[in-house]
Design a protein around this ligand. Sequence first.
Ligand SMILES: [Zn+2]
Ligand SMILES: [Zn+2]
Length: 376
Amino acid sequence: MNLTLRGVTTHNLRDLDVELPWGKLTAIVGVSGSGKSSLAHDTLYVEGQLRYLETLSPKMRPWFAGKLVRPRVRWAAGLSPTVLVAQKAQSFGEVTCVSDALETAYHLRFLFTHLARIRCPECGLEAVAADAAGVAAHCAALPPGTKVWITAPFEREPDAALVQDLLETGFTRVFVGDVEHDLEEQAPLPRGPFSVVVDRILAREGQLARVAGSVEQAFRLSGGRVQVRCADGVTPFSTRPQCGGCGRVFPARSPRLFSRDPDAGGGCPACGGDRLVDGAPCDACGGSGYAPLLSAYEVQGQGWPAWQELTVDGALARCAGLSTDAPAVAGLSTDAPAVAELETDTPAVAGLLAPVVRRLRFLADLGLGTCACRDP
Ligand SMILES: [Zn+2]
Ligand SMILES: [Zn+2]
């Protein structure tokens, strides 16, 4: 079978017809400006990538698509998904290139997104995120008969427009400090942060579903926070991971976080993720390009930057040590795809591990086991 392209007019190519044999190494040669890159990079590679994308669910496509511009081809046949190894003059980059081509780092990011535990650097305690079921369980464990308010906290002060909005949505009571106020009385409220009463209950058995529903409502109202109030005090919960000791809130786990993009929170703020390798390595991140914060996100007791320094063999050993119990998925950023999006019909951890281990084994089989598996 051959790979056939007809009527290629990408960039400077003029209605070119090409037939390339499968399973053979093909070199495209020509003088500068004759369209070698237009054919190889901008047509063959991009067309192959686009065909691969079309096999993915629409939700997953933006993760892979980047800035692919569909090449101008009249007809193409025999194309498979493609891999592009960058054209670079370098002598030690082969491992990085192969690992990069296999998208090992990409799958490691998913692994961290779903499995990383966040250890507060100040307290050493695990930062955990709340979900509605967890908050409901907390309420259910209170002594029967305890009077409980489920409230949604706001940072801003309640102005007339906000009070009107709340009344129209059916919320009539708020706390300012420890004092409950009835909005329908239209009396001026004291200044200061306030919280909206979403539900009032008497703790007793058999109301988990109702409480969970109210908690969800409070999360929506306040952007992911809820307070459980009773006579003993206020217990705050957040959908973002929070240290139980010092209260520090950590960014939710997402594939974007585990990148060197400073805008996504994972890039080193000092060097902007650039590592400054050609001059002097950046002091703040030790030349890794990652925000020091990412060291707090651990899988198998090692933070994200430390995983990047593991050899292929070392990473394989760590993967082998991972238990395949269900992962804690609370505290994911909303841009994190669910495990089920990646591979279906497999237990969650196994589904996340399989693509990483497959790629690492391939590198080890190539004799690259002692090389670093870092994100290039
Ligand atoms: Zn802490
Ligand atoms: Zn840096």
